[in-house]
Design a protein around this ligand. Structure first.
Ligand code: ACM
Length: 551
């Protein structure tokens, strides 16, 4: 009788020890290969197996959770060869072999966070919003074998997920990719593919650079010549046939992105980089310079402000997101003729302005006010920091890595800032020293590890300024990118690196660990048919040649 309590104590200790040994934080070698790395993972033994009879249960069952379940089913069914049933969650539901998607307003997580609990009997995915659930769905997708990306049934594959508990939420709210389609046009299929890869990586902002010198790519119904004339040509060849997005195409892309919790931000570049528009409507040209003729809109003419407002008004109606990007970059490259333009001279006098730089700033302030009037917030390149736009009226994209003082000034003045310095965020720069067909800056380029490490450590900024940094963005300029294989090659796998830089806290970032998780993502790209650069075998992924320019 006496020894019974001792035995009980010993057995309790053993049970506790056993539990301790099976609920452990995973070491790097055992971690599931997730990108971006979640905030917290704990694993337990066992696995959950998705089978034809597995049910997805929704709590609550509404349009958002149903659409999310449909998205998951559409993503995994082709490879699995069966279609999972979706049903509302009910208390009496048999909780065996089910995946529960649950909106839970009481979770202590940001609105983009989620909690995932996988045990052999069931998977529970919870979030305070459908956006959080969407990111949990991407984690589920990444926990499945890479072959789940196949578009045909994969015979003999076991659709198992390891048992674990994940709590996750992003570091930055802005996790962006910019695509320049003025220099080269890629079309809806390619844009959708990029959006889908962004979704896989939990990226959430697609900045669409639609107008610039070579071509204008967005249909504006009030000004049909913008696309009839302005969409002809590309960086490679001014004689290329017209290519642009109709308003119906744009709505299709915006809807496709929204389903993936991505907001699309259009950029209508002004007052510089306006050459294509000026081919269509020369009366609004403010001239240029010898090297860059007709580079600008005319900031001296009231009719030009009205014209631009009309363009922005149609644009604002096409993009339901809260932002419009109006460029504002590199005006000094081609505004020499403003000095002699009679409209500009008159306007300077009328407004009591002294220089053409004052004219540029006046133009920017007016356009930011116009965008505000249209119910949107302005985004602009870092040049607009100097123009006197109130900080609550605009967000700054800091791109000139050689001008850190511009970032400092934006933060000191209280602007929200998105970080996208050329190095390491411009994906038209080469990513490996052996590569020949992309940009470099004084010999420097954008290898994977540099993109990954960005922007840490942030302690170079005073603590009160750090919350103004709302995120990071990869910018894909396309002077040197003219086809899909080059586009893929420049984006993947740097998208994985920037996604983790955007999402994971500095404590979770570890480049060596990232390298151990990357091969599974590369395998996913291979199955999806993407032409990625393989940093582990550079010679096995030859660099596609860049475009030849015809003038
Ligand atoms: C830029 O690269 N001109 C923003």
């Amino acid at each position: 009788m006496k020894i019974r309590p001792a035995i009980t104590t010993i057995s309790l200790c053993l049970v506790a020890l056993l539990l301790c040994s099976i609920v452990v934080d995973l070491s790097a070698a055992e971690q599931p290969a997730l990108i971006p790395q979640p905030e917290k993972i704990q694993t337990t033994p066992g696995q959950f197996l998705i089978q034809p009879q597995t049910k997805i249960l929704l709590f609550p069952a509404n349009d958002q959770t149903r659409d999310l379940a449909d998205y998951f089913v559409e993503t995994v069914s082709p490879a699995m060869g069966f279609v999972l049933t979706v049903a509302p969650f009910a208390e009496e539901t048999e909780l065996e072999n089910c995946i529960i998607f649950k909106i839970n307003p009481n979770l202590n997580l940001s609105d983009q966070g989620y909690q995932l609990n996988i045990i052999p009997k069931k998977i529970t995915l919870e979030a305070t919003s459908s956006t959080g659930l969407f990111y949990g769905v991407q984690t589920l997708r990444q926990l499945l074998p890479a072959s789940v990306e196949s578009d045909v049934p994969v015979a003999g594959e076991k659709w198992s997920l390891p048992c674990l508990k994940i709590t996750d939420q992003p570091r930055f709210t802005w996790r962006g990719v910019m695509l320049d389609e003025s220099r080269h046009f890629f079309g809806k299929r390619t844009v959708k593919k990029i959006l889908e890869r962004m979704a896989l990586h939990k990226m959430n902002r697609f900045h669409w650079h639609l107008t610039d010198e070579p071509a204008w790519r967005i249909e504006i119904k009030q000004y049909p010549l913008l696309t009839e004339i302005g969409s002809k040509g590309s960086w490679s060849n001014p004689a290329d046939p017209p290519k642009f997005y109709t308003q119906a195409d744009i709505k299709e892309i915006v809807t496709f992105a929204a389903r993936r919790h991505i907001i699309v931000i259009p950029e209508i570049d002004m007052p510089g980089h306006a050459t294509a528009a000026n081919r269509a409507y020369p009366e609004h040209s403010g001239g240029g310079s010898e090297k860059l003729p007709d580079f600008t809109f005319n900031p001296g003419r009231e009719q030009t402000y009205q014209y631009l407002e009309n363009i922005l008004d149609e644009t604002a109606k096409l993009f339901p997101g809260p932002w419009i990007h109006f460029g504002g970059d590199e005006v000094h490259f081609g505004n020499e003729q403003w000095k002699t333009n009679p409209d500009v001279i008159k306007k300077l006098k009328l407004e009591g302005l002294a220089t053409i730089l004052d004219m540029e700033h006046y133009f920017n302030r007016r356009m930011a006010a116009t965008i505000q009037k249209l119910g949107k917030t302005t985004i602009g390149w870092d040049e607009i920091t100097d123009t006197g736009i109130p900080p609550q009226q605009a967000i700054i994209m800091w791109w000139r890595h050689d001008k850190p003082q511009q970032l400092k000034k934006a933060l000191q003045n209280g602007f929200q800032v998105i970080l996208c310095p050329r190095i390491p965020c411009y994906f038209d720069f080469v990513q490996h020293n052996s590569h020949q067909h992309g940009r470099r800056w004084q010999g420097k380029f954008c290898p994977l590890e540099l993109t990954y490490a960005y922007p840490d450590p942030l302690d170079k900024f005073p603590p009160e300024q750090r919350p103004l940094i709302i995120g990071i963005q990869a910018n894909v300029w396309t002077e040197r990118i003219h086809n899909d294989s080059r586009l893929d090659f420049m984006i993947y796998p740097r998208l994985s690196a920037i996604a983790e830089a955007c999402w994971s806290k500095p404590e979770q970032k570890d480049f060596n660990d990232f390298r151990t998780r990357l091969p599974k993502m590369l395998n996913r790209h291979r199955i999806l048919g993407d032409y990625y650069f393989d940093p582990f075998n550079p010679e096995q992924s030859p660099e596609p040649a860049g475009p030849q320019r015809k003038n």
